[in-house]
Structure formats: C-alpha cells, structure tokens
Design a protein around this ligand. Sequence first.
Ligand SMILES: [Zn+2]
Length: 252
Amino acid sequence: MGFFYYGSYNSPYIAVCSSGHGINTSGKRTPEIEGKSIKEFQFNQPTKLKLLSALKRCGIACCDANYESTTKAIDVSRNERIKRANSLIKNDNDKKRIIYIEIHYNAYNGKFDDKKGGLEIFCYKGSDKGKKLANCIIHYLKNGTKQVNRGVKEWDYDVIKYTLMPAALSENGFMDQLFEAKLMLNEDFQTEVAEEHCKGVCDYFGLVYIPPKKETNKLYKVQVGAFSKRENAKNLRDLLKKDGYPVYIVED
Ligand SMILES: [Zn+2]
C-alpha cells in the first residue's frame, strides 16, 4: 500500500489521513493498567485505517500520510507527513478539494486522574476552512460515546500549521483517564470514531454519507440439479430420497 489508499490526484475530493505516531514513538502511552500500557499508536492506527475505508465507501479519495506504520515499525516524521500532503497541492483549487486529518489520543500528565478526560479538535488559528472542518467532525463526535466535549480549539501544531490545505487534528480521549484509556482498544469505539470523522468530512464537502452495509445472514445452499420439466425434478428427488437424503423441490 502506498500513499494513495484509494483514488488518485484527479479524484474530485481527497482526504489525507494520518495516525501521527508510530509504534516506536517514545512516551505516548497510557499509565499501566494491570501491568500493561496501551500505546497511542494502538488506537490511532486502526482508527485511521477504519476512516480510510469509510471515506473510500463514500467515494472520497484518500491518502495515508504514514502508510508505512501499518506494516513496518516505522515512525514517519511530522515533516515527512506534511511534505507528502503538500505534494498534492498544485493550485488554489486543490485547497478547496483536499483536506488533512490527524487522529490522536490525548494525555495530561501520565497519571490516572478521573477528573479530566474528553474529546477536542484542533485547527490552525485563523484558518476558517480548518475551523469549518473541525466543526463538521466534532458535530458527530460529541454525539457518540458519552465524553466531555472540550470543543474546537485553535492552535499552531506543525501538521495543521504547515499543511497547505484545511486541516484538523482530533484528540479522541485521554490516555490517563481510565474509562477513556480502556476505550482505546475497543474496536466498536474505533469504528464509531472513524465513522464520525467520515460523516464530518462528507458534510464538509457537501457529500452524502454512505453508511456501512449491515452483515446480511448468508445462506449456503447445496443444489444437485435444475430442470425445466417438473417431472424430471421429481425423478431425481425420488432417487435421492431412496438414498436417505431429505430432499425437496423449489420452484424459481
Ligand atoms: Zn498524539
């Protein structure tokens, strides 16, 4: 898998997604829970992949700014992620159809404290489009799993400052708040967060969000023959019956 997860530069809309940290990024983990820490990577990475497939389902071209982290234990630097995203911007119109999103998990001081917690989204200060994108996403995030809504905030993180397109960085919970730390590895939570980001992106671009297909109950049937004359079907049925098979005839 390369930079483009789905679509190409010529697609009408493109979302560049990043999970920020790699598996080896120092710090960036929960305090120990029953002797084990959860790395921020373990939430950011699968949630980004779920977001990419949701965007694809909705017909939005998407890129993975740190795609190597899926298969290799590589940390893609901030500058490299920014460079990759900016390589797509060739004219002013590109800034209208291309966006940048990073998925993160927050931390306070690395000690469990249940008084804090919550979700928030950052955009670059003064970026109207970045703010619009952040507002579109938080509109859905705040209505998901019950968490404190810390709102949209302006900041000057490199990845939202130096990317040339509207950009948003979401912090989807606190690693040092026990309830939210435990959510990190919950696949339903990851899916929910990814779909909420995708809904926000669809709203931002004015596109219709396409929900995931529900798993249908599949049936696997065994067939031994199909006949245009009922008589022939009856003959085969009788033969099989004689051998002890519970056979019946279905008309299509
Ligand atoms: Zn982070």
